[in-house]
Design a protein around this ligand. Structure first.
Ligand code: ADP
Length: 766
């Protein structure tokens, strides 16, 4: 994979390099052109500048020289001056000499000249200013003498005096123009160029570190400089350059070169120079600037251009590189995708369950067989390469196969399909379905055969056929069953009709029941009304009883009180017995009345329960104390058995009444033995209860009467000879009191053995 990946890169690299070079060349040549244009422009500019400066200097020099000359001439040609000179020549008058000296002084003051000498006709100096100035040298003197002979006005070129001072001179002949016979004179003025001329030359109109103007002239075979040089401190006239050095600017100028050119200067350094001859003089002028300085802006521009170009080239290279890289990436990606797809397809073909065979149309030899086919057939690829489809089809001969593929060869059918049998290497056979095509490939036409092993399909088809048969049998059975069901259904239909009829009858019965029900509801309403009337009557009865009891109790108390008095004062036994009878009857009557009062209070709902914590041991002891005498009198033992302290929640007076009643009954219905009162705590109905058992060994109560004795006015063994007096109200009242305090009374008894009455009350809990 990695070696493949290199090929596109190699394929693209020369193109990339070529494009990079081409683009960079374009940029470089563009940059070069720009640079050349810039340089040309600047060169022209520099040339124009230098030319202009040179021209300006020449004009200035000429003006200066002309100026100097005119000033002197005008003064010397002054008539008054000449008159003084003439008069002095005639009589050597000191006054005239004084005037002449004065005029010469004036000349020096008005101009930059530093010395002026007046010579007479005999070429002898007669006046010198300043008076004590050093005399001019021999050489100059000789020159002057020569000039006096020629009678002309002349400049004396820059020269160096013996004291190494530079001078320029001007020589003027003094004469009367109208009369040449008149005496002649000569004036010589001298100026120091270091002061008056060189600074003037050295001025440069722009700031420059190297530019200068210089004046030269030829002396013999050499060029010499007349002014001070910026970079050479040798005195003027000292520095000599051979006239053969034609590359030196001053030599070029002396050789007649006018204009701007690149040259060398006196230091041998490359310069740009404008050269000129100064008219009417032996001088040449060179205005020059160092090449390096002059072309500094060009170099800057070049740097700028180079940098810009370089940046653009780098950027362009980068962009091109990036574009190529992207292209490369896309190429790799596409190549990778197609490779992947190819692999995928190959895998698909290789791993396809279908057998795939490719064979030559002429020789019919196999050229490709997929894995599935190799596996199934049991041949190796090498073995199959030597075989043809006919070798693996036992049912098809060569002739048959050729005629089979005829339509494909003729192109009349794109694909043919047929079923046959394949034979494996181990001679086993299996049914197949063949799809055969004639295809164009890179290496010419090939037959492509796709084979489906249809063994499973055949089995499935057989299975389906078997199942079909079975289904048909089942279907017949179902049809029979269906018929049976049809009959049953009809029977059910009949039954249904009968049911509908019964339903109708039921509906009629229901309506009748509904009617009865309605009648019952009416009846019930009547009964409710009757009940309400009865309850009302009962309440009236209770109220009546209460009233009556009260009315009875008041007189009864009176009777009892007096009977007890009577008993105490009875005079004999008869009276005492009668009094006792009255007392006992009275008490019984009082008990009955009290009971009636309790009943009526219960009935009218006026019993109020004052709940408190009732200490049962105390209460029981008190009650026992109350009945001790009666028990003893009857020969009975009355005892209490209190083992634990229990507090009941209830009304103390009501509990007293109940307990008293139970003890009273126990004594009443016990003839021998004992009566015992026990207290204990018991738990039932998820609650703690205080139980007061009143146990006796009395007559007992038969089971069938244990219910009714709690009803009003009911007693056990009713109808029998009444042996025990009583109203039959006590238990009823007691139970209702117990219920009013959320308790109850229960009974366990056996006839002839005794009874246990238990009062249950809720336990008081803090
Ligand atoms: P009275 O005692 O006034 O008849 P009670 O309501 O107190 O009315 O009792 C109803 C009846 O229950 C009594 O007549 C009696 O037959 C029976 N009875 C009550 N206590 C006992 C007892 N301890 N032993 C046997 N029978 C009893």
């Amino acid at each position: 994979m990695s070696s493949d990946a290199n090929s596109p890169r190699q394929k693209f690299s020369p193109t990339l390099i070529f494009v990079l070079i081409a683009v960079n060349l374009v940029f470089m040549s563009t940059g070069g052109l720009i640079y050349r244009n810039q340089k040309e422009g600047l060169k022209n500019g520099i040339g124009q500048n230098l030319n202009a400066i040179a021209n300006l200097k020449i004009i200035s020099i000429r003006e200066w020289l002309k100026d100097r000359k005119l000033t002197i001439q005008s003064l010397v040609e002054n008539e008054a001056f000449y008159e003084h000179y003439k008069s002095f020549c005639e009589d050597s008058d000191n006054k005239d000499l004084e005037s002449l000296n004065s005029s010469l002084r004036t000349i020096l003051i008005d101009t930059n000249y530093d010395q002026a000498i007046l010579y007479n006709q005999d070429k002898n100096p007669i006046a010198v200013q300043p008076r004590f100035a050093p005399l001019i040298g021999q050489q100059v003197n000789r020159v002057l003498k020569m000039m006096m002979d020629t009678d002309t006005t002349q400049f004396i070129d820059i020269y160096e005096d013996p004291e190494n001072v530079f001078h320029m001179g001007l020589f003027i002949t003094l004469k009367d123009l109208t009369n040449p016979a008149k005496p002649k004179g000569y004036v010589f003025v001298r100026i120091n160029p270091e002061i008056a001329f060189y600074p003037y030359l050295q001025e440069w109109p722009a700031v420059s570190n190297t530019a200068e103007t210089l004046i030269g002239k030829q002396i013999g075979d050499s060029a010499v400089f007349l002014n001070r040089l910026r970079f050479d401190k040798e005195a003027p006239l000292q520095r000599k350059i051979s006239m053969k050095d034609t590359t030196v600017a001053v030599v070029m100028a002396l050789r007649g070169r006018t204009g701007v050119s690149e040259a060398l200067d006196y230091r041998g350094i490359r310069v740009v120079a404008a050269t000129r001859k100064i008219p009417d003089s032996p001088w040449v002028l060179v205005a020059r600037q160092d090449y390096n300085e002059a072309y500094q802006p060009v170099r800057e521009k070049l740097t700028f251009v180079l940098l810009g170009m370089f940046s653009i080239m780098v950027l362009a290279s980068f962009i091109i590189f990036w574009v190529f890289r992207q292209q490369g990436l896309t190429f790799y990606r596409n190549a990778y995708r197609s490779e992947k797809q190819r692999n995928w397809l190959q895998n698909l073909i290789e791993q396809s369950i279908n057998e795939i065979y490719v064979f030559d149309p002429e020789t019919l030899k196999f050229s490709f067989v997929n894995q599935s086919a190799l596996r199934n057939m049991g041949y190796t690829m090498e073995e199959l390469r030597r075989m043809t489809p006919v070798d693996i089809k036992p049912l098809v001969s060569y002739e048959q196969f050729h005629s089979l593929v005829m339509p494909l060869r003729a192109g009349t059918l794109p694909v043919i399909q047929f079923q046959t049998v394949h034979r494996r290497k181990d001679n086993s056979e299996y049914p197949v379905e063949v799809f055969l095509q004639l295809l164009d490939s890179d290496s010419g036409k090939v037959f492509l055969a796709m084979i489906n092993d249809i063994t499973v399909r055949r089995q499935a088809e057989k299975l389906v056929a078997d199942q079909q048969e079975e289904l048909e049998t089942k279907n017949l059975e179902l049809a029979a069953l269906n018929e049976e069901l049809q009959t049953t259904n009809e029977e059910l239909q009949t039954t249904n009709e009968e049911l509908i009829q019964s339903d109708e009858e039921l509906r009629v019965t229901n309506e009748e029941l509904q009617l009865s029900n309605n009648r019952m509801i009416y009846l019930n309403t009547d009964l409710t009304k009757a009940k309400e009337i009865a309850e009302k009557a009962n309440r009236l009865k209770s109220r009546f009883l209460a009233n009556m009891s009260h009315e009875i109790r008041t007189p009864l108390n009176g009777i009892l009180g007096f009977s007890e008095l009577l008993a105490e004062v009875a005079e004999n036994e008869e009276q005492s017995r009668m009094a006792d009878i009255i007392i006992s009857s009275g008490h019984r009557l009082l008990d009955t009345v009290n009971s009636i009062l309790d009943i009526s209070a219960l009935e009218s709902g006026s019993v109020l329960v004052n709940y408190s914590s009732v200490r049962l041991s105390e209460l029981v002891k008190e009650s026992c104390g109350l009945y001790a005498a009666i028990a003893i009198k009857k020969g009975l033992e009355l005892r209490h058995n209190v083992t634990e302290e229990i507090f009941a929640l209830g009304d103390e007076s009501l509990i007293h009444k109940v307990v008293n009643n139970l003890i009273n009954n126990a004594i009443k219905y016990t003839n021998k033995g004992l009566i015992e009162i026990r207290i204990e705590k018991d738990y039932h109905d998820n609650k703690a209860w205080a139980a007061i058992h009143v146990v006796d060994t009395g007559i007992g109560i038969p089971l069938e009467e244990q219910e009714i004795i709690f009803e009003e006015f009911r007693q056990a063994s009713e109808g029998l000879t009444k042996k025990h007096a009583g109203s039959g109200l006590g238990l009823n009242i007691s139970k209702r009191f117990a219920q009013a305090m959320n308790g109850t009374i229960t009974l366990k008894s056996k006839k002839g053995e005794g009874s246990v009455f238990t009062l249950w009350l809720p336990v008081y809990e803090d």
